[in-house]
Design a protein around this ligand. Structure first.
Ligand code: GAL
Length: 385
């Protein structure tokens, strides 16, 4: 799968380069001597790519796709993972600046922790792209490539409602009226995305909570109560175990769990399995949502254990980051499709938002296998080959 992902990302990036060359490019106010000539002037030079962690396979795929696409275009790439450690990521970005990177592509661990690094980048004329996660509290963020994060949250809640039968997959009203016991989880409080996911989800769930169709039995509905620092699977498992012990005794069962990320979903599922819930959804296992279409979770969906995930095609995100880097290096504004949503506390960062899809068992084939994201064998095995 990895090599296919690289090729797809590289092909996407090359297509973007060709399109840029064909369109003539060049903002009117730019010095023409800075503009690329024949699509080759931006070739070469170092791009720093700072990714948060290798414990989640999506960031490995992201990093490799960005690296492969940039190298295909003639750039040198310094790809670093920071093991979810904030000082490590700060040092890595410092080092990229020292090494002479022309552009930094950064998926931040803590969205507020890189201000001094970005100031020294700006002082040296280095362009900065926030990758997937917004970098906050800094004027020195030139562009943001991501998905429509609020909509991802809406999709997560929608999948939970579909799994419970409250909604049909087409969004129409389902036949189930509850009341259903649910619990809520959110992502890492230092990741700007986590709030967007949670807000999108809660805006979708709240009417059903208000009407009594859904009951958050623990009473824990505030972001601070349900957030899981650094998106850690074992912390989510522990919180679910605690909820089962504190709230679901004496025959009460949890029927649905809002989970914003597949790693957390697997921790939640393990807690439910250990507590003796039925093996499959058909037999009464709770409805659990997710995000990222990680292969272990796609297998769980295929096996009728996890109900859904959200597919964010990292190949497309990588290609968009590369296209944006090309534009910045050519002295142009990257193409944005959102210039209002992502206020980082200092400025609204122009953004390009990609679309995501809900994956259910019955569309694994069309969304993930037919697109080459995973093979049927990988889905069956639950591991990337
Ligand atoms: C978020 C990202 C999600 C998920 C999560 C945990 O920032 O948008 O897709 O990967 O981090 O890694």
């Amino acid at each position: 799968m990895k090599s296919r992902k690289f090729l797809a990302a590289a092909a996407g990036a090359l297509m973007a380069l060709t399109l840029a060359a064909c369109s003539g490019g060049g903002a009117g106010t730019d010095d023409p001597s800075d503009a690329p000539t024949g699509g080759t002037a931006t070739e070469g030079g170092l791009v720093g790519v700072a990714m948060p962690t290798q414990t989640s396979e999506r960031w490995i795929a992201d990093g490799e796709a960005v690296k492969a696409g940039l190298e295909e275009l003639g750039f040198d790439v310094d790809l670093q993972y920071a093991n979810d450690d904030i000082p490590t990521q700060s040092q890595q970005v410092d080092q990229m600046i020292t090494n002479g990177a022309k552009v930094l592509i950064i998926a931040a661990i803590d969205g507020t922790a890189l201000s001094s690094q970005l100031q020294s980048a700006a002082d040296k004329g280095i362009k900065v792209i926030a990758y997937d996660r917004l970098i906050r509290d800094s004027a020195n963020v030139d562009f943001y490539v991501t998905f429509d994060n609020y909509k991802v949250g809406v999709q997560q809640a929608t999948s939970l409602l579909v799994g419970l039968g409250v909604l049909n997959a087409d969004g129409s009203e389902g036949t189930a009226t509850g009341p259903f016991n649910i619990e809520l989880f959110a992502g890492s409080p230092d990741d700007n995305n986590a709030g967007f996911f949670f807000n999108g989800a809660m805006d979708t769930l709240q009417p059903f909570i208000d009407s009594g169709v859904l009951v958050v039995k623990s009473g824990q509905t505030d972001f601070e109560q349900v957030a899981i620092l650094r998106w850690q699977q074992d912390v989510a498992q522990k919180r679910m175990e605690d909820l089962l012990t504190s709230t679901y005794t004496g025959g009460d069962k949890v029927q649905g769990v809002l989970s914003p990320y597949d790693g957390l979903s697997r921790g939640i599922i393990t807690a439910l399995q250990n507590a003796g819930y039925p093996a499959t959804i058909s037999d009464g296992f709770p409805i659990v949502s997710g995000q990222d279409a990680e292969i272990a979770s796609v297998k769980l969906i295929n096996d009728d254990v996890q109900f859904a995930t959200i597919f964010k095609d990292t190949r497309k995100l990588a290609a968009q980051a590369i296209t944006s880097a090309e534009s910045l290096l050519a002295g142009e504004e990257p193409e944005a499709n959102d210039t209002t949503t992502y206020d980082n506390g200092v400025k609204v960062v122009p953004s390009y938002l990609l679309e995501s899809d809900i994956v259910y068992k019955d569309n694994i084939q069309s969304l993930l296998i037919d697109s080459g994201y995973w093979t049927a064998d990988e889905v069956a095995a639950g591991v990337a080959s």
